[in-house]
Design a protein around this ligand. Structure first.
Ligand SMILES: [Zn+2]
Length: 229
């Protein structure tokens, strides 16, 4: 179907329709308009050190708040698949400017359980990671599987999240010291990525860093060291 200018593309943030000139990213009939994108792209180039012993540093494309959260929730929980593509494009553009991934060989996405996959029909992290992988030119190697179907981290109190994911992952591959980037769509306490990092290190991985699509800065502000990169 041809999209005409007056119909336009629907923005996942403000839910208005726009023509090409007002759009930051588009996929099929969906978009992020320039105004909404400006709202969440103003993230400074910080990296977070000290997330956990297993993780060298974490970089995040965006902060998990306001307009961003609206688009992301529609993608992750409301089946608005197209917003995953526009978010993936936006993340890729932000992350490719950071020159910190050159000694990493693979991107491993955080897996979902079979049950969660069946419920949603896709792993939202993989959709986003595809765009990032192309932008930073590092291949995806999805070596992790989730072997424990536990409650979603977002529904578990922050103090119990490490316990909730303990023993939840298994590596299907062994490594010879390759450095790995773990990608998670959203990072709050860091429990999930830390458990994934432990699992990969037990399988022989070298250094591990984390890219998250977005993170909740309030969770990190006191317990990590920020450095501009
Ligand atoms: Zn908008």
């Amino acid at each position: 179907m041809k999209i005409t200018f007056d119909k336009g593309f629907l923005c996942g943030g403000c839910k208005r329709r726009y023509g090409e000139s007002q759009i930051a990213y588009k996929y099929k009939e969906s978009c992020i308009c320039k105004r909404c994108f400006d709202n969440f792209k103003s993230y400074s180039k910080e990296a977070y050190f000290g997330v956990s012993d297993e993780v060298e540093f974490l970089v995040s494309a965006f902060h998990y708040k306001s307009i961003y959260r609206k688009i992301f929730l529609d993608f992750k929980f409301n089946g608005q698949f197209a917003y995953g593509h526009v978010l993936g494009m936006a993340m890729a553009d932000v992350l490719k400017e950071r020159d910190v991934f050159s000694d990493y060989q693979y991107i491993v996405t955080v897996p979902v359980s079979k049950e969660r996959f069946a419920e949603r029909g896709y792993n939202q992290s993989e959709v986003l990671a595809e765009y990032i992988s192309k932008a930073i030119d590092i291949p995806i190697n999805n070596a992790l599987v989730r072997i424990k179907h536990s409650a979603p981290q977002s529904t578990v109190h922050t103090s119990l999240r490490a316990k909730n994911v303990k023993g939840a992952y298994l590596s299907t591959e062994t490594f010879n010291g390759e450095n790995i980037i773990i990608f998670d769509d959203i990072c709050t306490t860091g429990s999930t990525v830390t458990e994934c990092a432990r699992t990969l290190k037990r399988a022989g991985a070298g250094k591990i860093c984390v890219i998250s699509g977005a993170h909740n800065v309030q969770q990190w502000i006191d317990r990590t060291i920020h450095r501009f990169i």
